[in-house]
Write a protein that binds this ligand. Structure first.
Ligand SMILES: *Cc1c(COP(=O)(O)O)cnc(C)c1O
Length: 372
């Protein structure tokens, strides 16, 4: 099966092989060397000099660690325009007062709404950079800038942006950011990294969940260890994934993600399909996952089911209220032109049979021409 979903992503052979080895002790110099490499590379990917806390758990463990550990605020604003924004709100409600700034899924935020939440006394803002459920890239820089005018804490879910798109925590003024291993980093699922600025510790809440208490992770970071037994095989895999990123170069990798997603969007538009997100002047289309409206007269099983059965290609459907209304193509991690063209050709075949589109593959191929 070819995975063209927004995580978990297809694994590079090198990453698969990296996991097939004997265990090492996690209180050894061998483990610390691996961890040190991961921490150093993740700092580059997040664009920060801050602490990197590595948690054995999925991305959501990172989200909860980030919010709970820094929840000593009167009120937090959670910006919600999709499933993962709503998850931030759901998590935050367990730890502090929350003002949920909501727009319908796929819509863009107006900065005035964020400003209003800050005027209402929110001391922190949490938002999703790349909202995977709707294929929208939220304006991280603008949101962080506004929050800084109020000296508010800024928490950003960068789970499907870090490693595939620009993330510049220190430059933008983001205090806490999260990434999951199975998205743009190209590693298997099971690790989350939370990057933390010095300022975030002013909001530290010692009554956060024991396992997700980031102060414990920071403490062990001095020895390049984790507080509890880490998922050692996943660290082998993450280190290899980060080595691959290093070899490609972060800038090249971001450009590759941009070209692949631009090709998917171009195909969709030329085929006569409609992209799902509704942009304003601040938001843009995601550069790592593309959400497309399901054409009239085609069901989710006719599209995704046929693609899976006949071609062995997996794309995602809509989540929650968007089930059956959209489909999503992930172009994250180490996939390239081959996987992208194959996916679009297969989609084109399935949709042409339903008379739902016009042929458009060549338009995508033109954009992909210079990609190796
Ligand atoms: C995948 C994803 C998550 C959740 O990660 P899990 O690893 O499934 O816990 C959170 N936020 C965004 C934006 C995601 O794409």
């Amino acid at each position: 099966m070819l995975l063209m979903i927004p995580g978990p992503v297809q694994l590079h052979e090198r990453i698969i092989r990296a996991m097939a080895r004997q265990m090492i002790g996690h209180r050894t110099a061998d483990f610390s060397a691996i961890m040190e490499f991961c921490v150093e590379k993740l700092r580059e990917i997040f664009g920060t000099k801050g602490d990197i806390c590595l948690i054995s758990g999925s991305g959501t463990a990172g989200m909860e660690a980030a919010i709970a550990s820094f929840s000593r605020v009167k009120k937090i604003a959670t910006l919600e325009n999709g499933k993962f924004g709503e998850r931030l709100g759901d998590i935050a409600e367990r730890y502090t007062q929350v003002e949920r700034v909501k727009v319908p899924w796929g819509e863009s935020f107006e900065l005035d709404a964020v400003k209003e939440a800050l005027d209402n006394g929110c001391e922190a803002v949490a938002f999703v950079h790349n909202e995977t459920s709707t294929g929208i890239l939220n304006p991280a820089k603008e949101i962080a800038k506004l929050a800084k005018e109020y000296d508010a804490l800024v928490i950003m879910d960068a789970i499907t942006s870090a490693g595939g798109d620009y993330v510049k925590m220190d430059e933008w003024g983001v205090d806490v950011a999260i990434v999951g291993s199975q998205k743009c980093l190209g590693a298997p699922p099971g690790l989350a990294a939370v990057a933390v600025s010095e300022k975030a510790w002013d909001y530290y809440n010692e009554r956060c969940p024991y396992y997700l208490d980031l102060a414990a992770y920071r403490k062990k970071l001095k020895d390049m260890q984790t507080p509890y037994t880490p998922a050692v095989p996943l660290f082998f895999a993450l280190a290899e994934a980060l080595k691959i990123i290093d070899e490609e170069g972060l800038e090249n990798r971001i450009q590759r993600h941009r070209i692949l997603s631009a090709a998917v969007r171009k195909w969709a538009v030329e085929a006569g399909l409609e992209l799902f997100p509704n942009l304003n002047k601040y938001s843009s289309y995601s550069n790592t996952v593309t959400a497309i409206k399901m054409p009239e007269g085609v069901s989710d099983s006719e599209l995704r089911g046929t693609l899976k059965k006949e071609y062995g290609i997996l794309v995602s459907g809509g989540q929650g209220e968007l089930k059956g209304k959209i489909f999503r193509i992930g172009t994250m991690g180490n996939v390239g032109k081959f996987e992208t063209v194959s996916t679009l050709a297969a989609l084109e075949d399935v949709l042409m049979r339903k008379n739902a589109i016009k042929p458009a593959l060549q338009y995508a191929q033109i954009l992909l021409r210079d990609l190796q």
